[in-house]
Design a binder for this molecule. Structure first.
Ligand code: NAD
Length: 354
């Protein structure tokens, strides 16, 4: 077991929000970012949780993130919205972009939201859940710019794009929770390598190559020069989806791709192309709830190959993690807490050891 402390989510929310206010955010925006990060921890995605704080503070200090910026929404006619994130907190501007898309989809049935120039938007499932909570289905494609490349293309030996996540959500109905499929197109997110490194653990095989293009399990290859690369999932298929993110989220939103947007110290820029639509307007609406419930039941009825590992549906692992971590606290590895403590001290905040 790695060396970790367990913290109640309320405490992490307060610490995170205070730290962001001390770095220049408004109280309201700090709470939005803090809630997003802590919810990522609660969902079991520590890679996108409070461990990002030192990076966020560095980015604010270097000017890569404007902690006061908000989304500038431009109506492109019909169902189409273009949104400039103006380098604001990704969690703030992507939430604003999603809210604008939901409003548009209420009248048009569907909205296409092209968000560019956002800072790190975090866990994409949060925007899917935002849409699903109001009854919309959604599909999100995201690319990463301004940051070093992390993922090698299929058959390549060095990194050419990033972990480009994809998210698909189907809203809840009849007491059935939303389906939230949300993953990086790399086999593992970079944050998982950071967490493994902080825990002093090796990663599984098949996730990483070193700077020579050889397979390795050492997460440090992603944090030292010359850098290694993460592999895309599913051979040419994941690679193809990652490239689709680069083209849909990067080229089509106007936010750019890793090939054109220059690297900037401390920047993690995200662009996100989102489709939101009202399933009640589609021909399947009359039987949608029964059909979705039947499809999920059918899949989950498959006898598990290992009796201790039942078939799950996307969104279930996160709900289970939330229930457990709300009750028991969020495990934060000591190395991560130490990094947060240091950054807090640098803005004049004192945190206890645990
Ligand atoms: P992951 O590999 O843990 O996959 C998560 C998805 O798989 C979820 O939808 C989950 O419900 C589903 N899932 C997990 N186990 C399952 C099972 N046994 N059966 C069925 N479904 C299952 O996620 P990841 O690729 O490590 O990504 C983690 C997070 O990182 C995501 O929230 C993603 O949005 C985020 N991310 C963000 C960026 C960015 O630039 N902002 C980049 C990469 C990743």
């Amino acid at each position: 077991m790695h060396d970790a402390i367990s913290l109640p989510h309320e405490r992490l929310r307060t610490v995170t929000a205070r730290l962001l206010v001390a770095t220049g955010a408004t109280e309201t925006d700090a709470v939005i970012v803090a809630d997003h990060l802590v919810d990522a921890n609660l969902s079991g995605h520590d890679s996108h949780g409070v461990g990002m704080l030192p990076q966020y503070v560095r980015a604010i200090r270097s000017g890569a993130v404007d902690p006061r910026a908000h989304a500038r929404i431009e109506d492109r006619g019909g169902a189409v919205l273009s949104v400039d994130g103006q380098r604001g907190f990704g969690q703030v501007v992507a939430r604003e972009a999603t809210a604008a898309g939901m409003e548009r989809a209420r009248s048009t049935g569907v909205a296409l939201v092209a968000l560019r120039n956002a800072s790190h938007v975090g866990r994409i499932g949060a925007y899917g859940e935002q849409a699903a909570g109001a009854g919309f289905a959604s599909v999100h494609f995201v690319n990463v710019v301004g940051h070093p490349a992390l993922v090698a293309p299929f058959r390549g030996s060095d990194a050419r794009f990033s972990t480009n996540p994809v998210c698909v959500t189907v809203p809840p109905a009849n007491g059935r929770p939303a389906v939230v499929l949300d993953f990086a197109t790399s086999v593992a997110a970079l944050g998982k390598a950071r967490v493994a490194m902080n825990r002093g653990e090796a990663m599984a095989e098949g996730l990483l190559i070193d700077a020579q293009g050889c397979p390795t399990t050492d997460p440090k290859v992603m944090f030292q020069e010359p850098r290694g690369a993460l592999l895309a999932f599913g051979l040419h298929k994941g690679y193809g989806l990652a490239l689709a993110c680069e083209l849909l989220a990067g080229a089509m939103t106007g936010g750019g791709t890793l090939s054109t947007v220059p690297f900037e110290t401390d920047r993690i820029g995200n662009n996100m192309l989102s489709f939101l639509f009202d399933p009640q307007r589609l021909p399947g609406a009359g039987h949608l709830e029964e059909e979705v419930a039947a499809a999920i039941g059918h899949v989950k009825a498959s006898p598990p190959a290992d009796p201790s590992l039942p078939v799950l549906v996307a969104g279930e692992p996160e709900r289970a993690a939330r229930a457990k971590r709300v009750a028991e606290g969020i495990p934060v590895e000591r190395a991560t807490w130490e990094q947060i403590r240091e950054v807090a001290e640098s803005v004049g905040m004192r945190l206890e050891n645990s």
